[in-house]
Design a protein around this ligand. Structure first.
Ligand code: PLP
Ligand code: LYS
Length: 419
């Protein structure tokens, strides 16, 4: 069921007309549907129903909005965090420290210490030296840090090269062939409870084959580690499941993914962790923007909107596709380019796209913007930081306000010698 659907000729978010939100909050704005978040969380978990011990940790980088996290905490999700900032958000949302896993290729010493002090559930180590430092910090505190080694399985995830993480040349994980010796050395350290391995090969994966190949390599590694006498009780299989962005696209469902996981891991006898981000949040949000001008173009008209690449960076960064829809569709189609006001030629949301005829003042949405949308926004061109609204049924609230560039335009930020 689509919670962003037409009712009486207008697009609604659940029971709230999007035009009402635009009228009250202004544009551009992100709008999230709590019902969709809940449904995605449940569908993901149900997909894994055949797997005995499962922990789901939402990848907070996909959408760190506190209200969104609160919904997922209510659905029993923990968090995959990559900074102390994300850890604090997870805790503030009501997620338990033990349900937080700390990933990331560059955790600082201060961050490792803060996460130990918070008592998080797992550290995913990216290199041997990080394990040594974590062991020392834990020992100083009289603690034992629960940790796994993130390995790089050298598998091509078949996704955009900028969001691929599991090939040997990527910066993530340690080479799988070196994992047994590094594991053996780190396992000896007091202060560390090295209990397993982790893998994450990339994002927006539209085939299960690379995931299955990576998981099979992990299975072989688990057997090798056990043969060497190590207790392996935890395996983190990361995130990465793709979502449909284009009409008609059908990436593998959480049920397909769960069936593959159940088959591949059936004799692993470990607790399995998952770090889904996009599959939970992407289609639970839209980015709404208003048409400023329709400017004649050489081949197609330019629909200039008030949202831009600083609000939604994915198109400029990865040539990503987001479906464009009028909030009040006229039914009369034109082929147009849709672009924002930022002074970059890459600030274009859609090229030669068939869309409803629109005019100045009309509202349009870019769909599938609930993941890696607001979280990647900036104030480039001194544009305000984009606000976010959460809808649940007929309720809605601003859950992150528009932050004006004026707030940082203070004389205090000018050093004395320039005054
Ligand atoms: C370690 C790790 N876990 C989880 C994720 C979430 O990925 P996705 O949003 O594709 O599920 C990412 C992002 O690619 C990641 O780097
Ligand atoms: N930010 C990327 C995904 C990166 C995944 C995080 N490792 C996107 O919008 O598609």
């Amino acid at each position: 069921m689509d919670y962003f659907a037409l009712q009486n000729g207008e697009l609604y978010a659940e029971d709230v007309p999007l035009s009402r939100i635009a009228g009250e909050v202004g544009t551009p704005v992100y709008v999230y549907s709590a019902a969709t978040l809940r449904r995605h969380a449940r569908v993901f978990r149900e997909g894994l129903a055949a797997v005995p011990r499962v922990h789901c940790a939402f990848a907070i980088k996909a959408n760190p909005n506190l209200a969104v996290l609160r919904v997922l905490a209510q659905e029993g999700f923990g968090a995959d965090v990559v900074s102390v900032g994300e850890m604090k958000r997870a805790l503030a949302s009501g997620m338990a420290a033990k349900d937080i896993v700390f990933s990331g290729v560059g955790k600082s010493r201060a961050e490792l210490a803060a996460a130990l002090d918070a008592g998080i559930g797992q550290f995913n180590l990216e290199l041997e030296e990080e394990g040594v430092v974590l062991a020392q910090l834990a020992a100083e505190r009289g603690m034992t840090a629960p940790a796994v080694l993130r390995v790089n399985p050298d598998v091509d995830a078949g996704t955009h090269e900028k969001i691929s993480t599991g090939k040997a040349e990527n910066k993530f994980g340690l080479p799988i062939d070196q994992a047994p010796e590094i594991f053996a050395r780190l396992a000896k350290l007091p202060g560390l409870n090295l209990r397993g391995v982790a893998v994450h090969i990339g994002s927006q994966l539209t085939s299960l084959d690379p995931l299955e190949a990576a998981f099979n390599r992990i299975g072989a590694l688990v057997r090798e580690l056990r043969a060497a006498g190590h207790a392996v009780t935890h395996v983190d299989l990361g995130g990465g499941l793709g979502v449909p962005y284009r009409p008609g696209e059908e990436p593998p469902s959480p049920a397909d993914f769960g069936a593959m996981v159940a088959r591949v891991t059936k004799d692993w006898d470990v607790a399995l962790m998952f770090e889904p981000g996009r599959v939970i949040a992407a289609n639970a949000g839209v980015f709404m923007t208003q048409v400023l001008w329709v400017k004649p173009g050489v081949t197609h008209p330019w629909v200039i909107v008030d949202g831009a690449m600083n609000d939604l960076a994915r198109v400029a960064m990865y040539d990503a596709y987001h479906a464009v829809e009028a909030v009040r569709p006229s039914g009369e189609m034109i082929t147009a380019n849709v672009a924002g006001p930022v002074c970059e030629s890459s600030d274009v949301f859609a090229k030669a796209r068939k869309i409803d005829t629109v005019k100045t003042g009309d509202l349009i949405v870019l769909r599938s913007a609930g993941a890696y949308g607001a979280t990647m926004a900036s104030t480039y061109n001194s544009r305000p930081l984009v606000p976010e609204v959460l809808v649940e049924g007929a309720n809605y609230a601003v859950v992150a306000g528009r932050i004006a560039a004026e707030t940082i335009m203070s004389e205090e930020n000018v050093p004395d010698w320039l005054k």
